[in-house]
Design a protein around this ligand. Sequence first.
Ligand code: ADP
Ligand code: ADP
Ligand code: ZN
Length: 214
Amino acid sequence: MKIVMLGAPGAGKGTQAKKISAKYGIPHISTGDIFRANIKGQTELGMKAKVFMDQGQLVPDEITIGMLLDRIQEDDCKNGYVLDGFPRTIPQAESLTKALANMGEQIDYAINVDVPDENIISRMSGRRACLKCGQTYHTVYNPPKTENVCDVCGEPLVLRDDDKPETVKKRLDVYHDQTQPLIDYYKKAGVLAEVDGTKDLEAVFQDIVKILGA
Ligand code: ADP
Ligand code: ADP
Ligand code: ZN
């Protein structure tokens, strides 16, 4: 099963992707997590990506597409995957469609997690992230068991630099401009499903399970 998660920054794509990954036994692939791991490891890719991420801009397609296409060739992707944060532009979606078509495959579901802009700023200012395992929390809606410590791996949690309100506004503009058109792209491909992302996170997941099947 190959799934793409769509939605604004902070809509809950990562949260739901992790739950899908656990229930259906497919890897969760987040391009944002891959970039952040590269920044932490101070790789050349990470240094390039950081400049764009800090400004709330997209990392250029030339860097992002090759990285993602390599990742989905790995062994753990044989039974599918859930992509979180990719594609984010029409050229990214087209490259993915083409690469899959060459292998006789296609995306099975594109799930749009719909949350209006008004809700996004408060979600982002409360988001706390584990830079080691990629798990995210929310100070109010999804707190960790121990304040500021990752439940999964015990690392201290951080407020991402790009989750500060000024950068979030920029990221929302970029989303509407470059990423939102993908909703139509996958609708035309006949694989779009929509969920109301303003419900609490368990209710959103139940709606997703109804789409994917138990
Ligand atoms: P969010 O969880 O808020 O949706 P991500 O962790 O997915 O954010 O992405 C953080 C940043 O990483 C983005 O603002 C962008 O700079 C970069 N990024 C992640 N995925 C992509 C992509 N597919 N194309 C270009 N840039 C990306
Ligand atoms: P995305 O990957 O789309 O950027 P996240 O999954 O990281 O979004 O979620 C953004 C923030 O909102 C996190 O702090 C997360 O804990 C919180 N969150 C996710 N889903 C919900 C929900 N349904 N209701 C309230 N808060 C949520
Ligand atoms: Zn962790």
